[in-house]
Structure formats: C-alpha cells, structure tokens
Write a protein that binds this ligand. Structure first.
Ligand code: PLP
Length: 461
C-alpha cells in the first residue's frame, strides 16, 4: 500500500489547509526565479517537486514514488506522514505558540522534553540547552567548552580537536570543524585554532581495523604534546562519521580516546546530530560506543524533522559552572520553542511505543547482510553497516581502495532516476540511513536498486 492521499482524509482542502497538488513544471520555473538552493549547480537544472509522504515513501508532483533510504537528511526516524505529530504541533500552536526560555521564563513543554532527554540516557545528572538545529548546537557546545575553561581559570584552553571526514555544520566555527571542501575556499578568513586528526576510517587509510586504534590514539597523544594540553578546550566527534561515509569506529576507539582526553582535562563533545534517537539502535550512540561525553549535540531525529529543533546536553558539572556568575550569556530566539518541544515529545512517544530502537537494529542487521550480495560487483570495494546506517564503497578499479575522483554523487542520482530509491552520494561511498520503520521488503528494494545500477558501472582502464 502506497502513500495515502492526505486530502482524501482531511476533507476539503481549504478547511484543512492542505494545498492542491502543484503543477510541477510551473513550480520549477517559479523556483528558478526566486529560490537560492544549497549545492545546486546551474540555473537551468531540473527540480523534483515533492508533495507527500508516508512511512519510507515519498511522492512527487508528477506522481512518481520514491523509497526514501535517506530518511530526508538522515532525520526522519518515525517515517513520513505521521498525523499524531501534526496534531501535537497544531494543539500546541492553539495553546501557546511561542514563549521564550530566556531569563526566568519557562514552559511545560521545554521542561518535559528536557526531563525526557535526560531520562532516556544512562546518566541522569545532565541538563539541556535548546537550539534550533545541529549547526547552532555545535556553535553553542563550542562556546560552552571554551567558556567553562575560562570560568575555571584556564582561559588559554581554546584549541579544538576535530577529525578528517567530519561534518559538524555550516556556521563559521562548525564549518571550520568540518572536513568539507566547499567551505574551505572562498569564505575566508577562518576562525582557526582547530587541529584535525585522522579519522577512524580503516578502509580509506588501508589499515587493518585492529591496528587502527593504536595508530589513532598515538596520533592524538602526539597532537596534545605538540599543542600543549593547557591550550586545548575539547575534541569534537561524531560517533559514526555520517557525511564522511557512515563510518563506524573500531569498538575500542572511543573509550581509548576518552581516556586520553580525561587524562589531559580536555572535554569530549559528541556530535550525535545523526546518531541519536535509534539510528544505531540506542537512544544515544554514546551508550553503544561506551563513552560519557561532557557535551552532546542533538537535532534531526529529535523531531524526526517535523520541526526544526536541536539541543545540547551537558554534564551537571558543566551546567553548574556555566550557570554561575551571571549565567551562560548566550541564547537564541527559538531556544525551547514550545511547538518544537511538543513535536519532539510526540516523536519520542512513537519511537518508544513502536519499539523503534530494536526495529532499527533488526532492519540494520538485515540490510547489512543483504548488502553482501553486492560484493561481486567489480567496482564495489566493500559494504558496511552499523545500526540502521550503511555504506557501499565505490572504488576506481577492482581490487583498489582508491575512490572515484569525482565521488559517487552522480551514481546516487542514477540510482534515484532509474529505480526511485533515494541514497546519498559522497566523496567515496554511497550511503543510506532509512527511517527506522523500514520493512523487509523495502530493505530488499534498496539493495536491488544498488545492484541494478552498480552492476552496470563501466570498469575504467
Ligand atoms: N552535525 C552532524 C553530524 C550533521 O550531520 C549535521 C548536518 O547534517 C550537522 C551537525 C549540522 O546540522 P544542521 O544542518 O541542522 O545545522
């Protein structure tokens, strides 16, 4: 059964505020005249006009159906088209559409959500600062990290350690922490005081995974020696490098990194914008990789994308330091937005009620298994899966580890255009992170789409 027609359920369109399906071609022309898109090369490029979705499926204005193996931008944990969330938003808008959490103002939704975010973790002595999205959360976490050291009498601790293949956002500081070539030229001057370490990406580095952690920990220790621990505020990292290619670390990597950081008084900022809320089978990936971050950045799956919202969860210790002497002097208009919080609570209810943490783990294991059928395809260098994230490495030549010089972006487009399955391209790998409600049939459909397109890729000489 395909996507429902929201207009059929909702009565007349005027009544329910559901708009008539747009004329795709006319809308594309109007779009070209007025919108500036992120990452769209060329004014004349075509447009895909999405109109509705349900579960893992989306439909465009021409009636074409897509299987959304990207969960939007890796965020739609509960699947598309959940009425319950729409109703939670509408109900909240009717009662208290906006109120701030600056100064001594608060409201029930922000408090309930903060309690919930702490309650689902393994450490119940935490506090929550709300933002509107992931980049904003990373900027806040950075401010917190530096400010905490400053308040504790170590104002020289300003350097931040980050890693190759990382993505932490589009702000100036979060962009600087990202290993993302589009941000490096044409946007200077850059904030600086960032040191980049190698990523735990054994496939790319050509290392055996069991040796990778030793090398990476040694590199971290050398960098700390060189820069000086007294000048380093924090290390930021994604539990799984998402944009970097859904790269999960060797199991001993994070605990050993955490040990080194603790020894040197360096804070650990975990960027869980992609990995939290079931993506890797736990509420927080921290509980799977075995670390206790000082600061955790959340967004995306927090609301499944039904409303823009983010959060930074801090240890009690950090919250106490920041709360002293005038309080933490940073905030955003939309911090703790009541509608965002109501949407997040409804979303978390669904994840809990439907057992989506376990469902993600099961669907992921099946996806990982089925992806093995691609190993015979000449340009497939390997596949990997962790929770409900997976990647297919595409190599330049059979048996090589070198990526295609142009990346896999055009292959992702081909998969979409030929099979209707949405996957993400990248510098090396094709990646998927579907909604956690992925069915067995949909899992097989994703793998079949990869197989169909990848087996036809020409082997270059
Ligand atoms: N951190 C990670 C790991 C991300 O993948 C992203 C976005 O994809 C961000 C931060 C930035 O979040 P936003 O795009 O909501 O600003």
């Amino acid at each position: 059964d395909g996507p429902h027609d929201p207009r059929a359920e909702a009565g007349t369109s005027a009544e329910a505020g559901v708009r008539a399906r747009p004329d795709a071609r006319a809308l594309a022309d109007r779009d070209r005249a007025r919108l500036l898109h992120p990452f769209l090369p060329g004014e004349q490029h075509s447009r895909i006009v999405m109109v509705e979705g349900e579960g893992c499926r989306l439909r465009d204005a021409e009636g074409r159906e897509y299987l959304d193996a990207t969960a939007g931008m890796w965020l739609c944990q509960v699947g598309h088209g959940r009425r319950e969330i729409a109703e939670a938003a509408a109900g909240q808008m009717r009662t208290l559409e906006y109120s701030t959490v600056f100064w001594d103002y608060t409201h029930d939704r922000a408090v309930e959500l903060a309690e919930r975010l702490v309650g689902i973790g393994s450490d119940d002595t935490r506090r929550v600062f709300f933002t509107s999205g992931g980049s904003e959360g990373v900027e806040i976490a950075l401010r917190m990290a530096r400010n905490v050291h400053h308040r504790r009498g170590e104002p020289d601790r300003t350097w931040i350690l980050t890693r190759d293949s990382a993505y932490h956002g589009a702000g100036y500081a979060s962009g600087e922490l990202s290993d993302f070539p589009p941000y490096t030229t044409g946007f200077g001057p850059h904030p600086g005081q960032v040191h980049r370490l190698s990523a735990p990406y054994p496939f790319a580095a050509g290392e055996a995974p069991e040796k990778a952690t030793d090398l990476l920990v040694h590199e971290l220790e050398s960098a700390i020696d060189r820069i000086g621990a007294h000048r380093i505020a924090a290390l930021i990292g994604e539990p799984v490098l998402a944009l970097g290619g859904m790269v999960a670390p060797p199991p001993d990597y994070w605990p050993r990194v955490e040990q080194v950081l603790r020894r040197h008084g360096i804070l650990l900022i975990l960027d869980e914008v992609v990995t939290a809320f079931g993506r890797v089978g736990h509420w927080y990936a921290a509980d799977r990789i075995g670390v206790r971050p000082d600061l955790t950045v959340l967004s995306k799956g927090l609301t499944s994308g039904y409303f823009p919202l983010g959060a930074v969860v801090t240890s009690e210790d950090i919250a106490r330091t920041l709360g002293g002497d005038g309080g933490f002097p940073v905030g955003h208009t939309y911090s703790g937005h009541p509608v965002g919080c109501a949407v997040a609570l409804a979303n978390l209810d669904i994840i809990e009620r439907e057992g989506l943490l376990d469902a993600a783990e099961r669907a992921g294991a099946r996806l990982g298994e089925e992806l093995r059928s691609l190993h015979d395809i000449p340009l497939v260098g390997g596949t990997r899966q962790y929770g409900l994230t997976a990647a297919v490495e595409i190599v330049r030549a059979p048996g090589s580890r070198d990526p295609l010089p142009e990346g896999t972006y055009a292959i992702a487009d081909q998969i979409r255009d030929r099979t209707g399955v949405l996957v993400r391209g990248g510098p090396r790998a094709l990646t998927v992170a579907p909604p956690l409600v992925l069915s067995d049939r949909e899992t097989t459909e994703i793998v079949a789409a990869f197989g169909e397109v990848l087996s036809g890729l020409p082997v270059r000489s």
